[in-house]
Design a protein around this ligand. Structure first.
Ligand code: UFG
Length: 329
């Protein structure tokens, strides 16, 4: 199949591209390289560098090409930042997505896998979270993703577009020593904890007075490779007429303190931490039920163990302490 991957230079998109190529799909990456890395894009993929917000440039960049499916991962995705700069989130995650639909459907696209998020649920009353829970985001990031899901439902109803939204819980780990997590600035817990382990720095724990067993926030960490595989399962499922949102997580929650403890075991180093104020927009606890993805998409995650996830991230950190700026080993 001819597939366009937006955000294919990013942490998750580059691994999705790697998996598509491995299964023989003709794959084109679209990215503006504002946050992604040119070196993360697998060599066998075509590359189009364009900003999705610029509709005329997008049309020009895609002229003469054709695609059957889109995997739409390009996005701004930081909860904290979205509470300071909501405009960035609605522009990048909502308006840019509409441009993408309008410019790719005339090129033959009739199905889309959309990278959505657990942040669509807000602060659920119970866990694990199933897809029929209320969607009441506590941050503008989750709101922007939820709005684009409803745009997709309207395009399905009015234009026949087939869609699946994958609501990721916390993506973590590295696919290999070639592809791993590298954000600038880094704000995610696991890479910050591992950096502190390697360099002797201090981890800030954003709040220890949440209603969770140890007072720190609980998240469901999912290996990047399992996450990527779900995109291929979703693409196949749309051929069977399946649509809608699907959660992707492991169904096990770990607190910030537990992540630090497991990281100490993996790295063999003691990691210093100190409690800091809560980060605005953070829900106390997000843990998935992914029963629907397993049963309907046939998703079969293989790397759910947190220790293994952190081990893969640690191997990546050791191989590339400065991410893609480090020379490949
Ligand atoms: N945290 C700290 N200290 C840090 C960094 C994070 O205590 O230095 C805490 C956060 O407050 C949060 C947890 O660790 O409770 C995880 O934080 P991350 O920043 O790693 O991830 P988030 O849960 O905020 O968000 C991630 C993605 C989102 C996605 C969400 C889904 O960035 O895109 O997971 O759960 F929507």
């Amino acid at each position: 199949m001819k597939v366009l991957v937006t955000g294919g230079a990013g942490y998750i998109g580059s691994v999705v591209t790697e998996r598509l190529l491995a299964e023989g799909h003709e794959t084109t990456v679209l990215d503006d390289l504002s946050e992604g890395h040119r070196d993360a894009i697998p060599a066998a993929a075509s590359f189009v560098e364009v900003d999705l917000r610029d509709r005329a440039a997008l049309r020009g960049a895609l002229a003469g090409r054709s695609f059957e499916a889109v995997m739409h991962l390009a996005a701004s995705c930081l909860v904290g930042e979205s509470m300071e700069n909501p405009g960035k989130y609605f522009e990048n995650n909502l308006s840019a997505g509409v441009n993408l639909l309008e410019e790719t459907m005339p090129l033959g696209v009739d199905r889309i896998v959309f990278s959505s998020t657990a942040a669509t649920y807000g602060d659920p009353e119970t866990i694990p979270i199933t897809e029929d829970f209320p969607t009441e985001p506590t941050n503008s990031y989750g709101a922007s993703k939820l709005l684009f899901e409803s745009v997709l439902a309207w395009y399905s109803r009015l234009k026949g577009l087939k869609w699946i939204a994958l609501r990721y819980f916390n993506a973590a780990g590295a696919a290999s020593e070639e592809r791993g997590e590298d954000h600038d600035p880094e704000t995610h817990l696991i890479p910050l904890v591992l950096k502190a382990a390697a360099e002797g720095g201090e981890v800030q724990i954003f709040g220890d007075d949440y209603p969770t067993p140890d007072g720190t926030c609980v998240r469901d960490y999912i290996h990047i490779r399992d996450l990527a595989d779900a995109h291929l399962d979703a693409m196949r499922a749309m051929e069977r007429g399946i649509e809608g949102p699907f959660n992707l997580g492991n169904g096990a929650g770990f607190s910030v303190r537990e992540v630090i403890q497991v990281s100490e075991a993996v790295t063999g180093k003691s990691i210093r931490s100190r409690v800091a104020p809560r980060r605005p927009g953070d829900p106390p606890s997000l843990v998935a039920s992914s029963k629907r993805a397993r049963e309907i998409l046939g998703w079969n995650p293989q790397r759910g163990d947190l220790k293994g996830i952190i081990e893969s991230a640690w191997q990546w950190h050791l191989a590339r302490p400065d991410g893609y700026r480090s020379a490949a080993t």
